[in-house]
Design a protein around this ligand. Sequence first.
Ligand SMILES: [Zn+2]
Length: 46
Amino acid sequence: MSMHVHVRVNHGLAVTEDGDLVEEYRCGCGATWTNVHRADEGQPEF
Ligand SMILES: [Zn+2]
């Protein structure tokens, strides 16, 4: 099997119930990655 270089294609954005922003990336081979941006990072508000 030849070496495969993944190509990350942005597959969309989603927001969880907690308000976190989740980016999803997919390669044509089926591999997926997620990039989570925590909404509660930074200044906590209570
Ligand atoms: Zn791939």
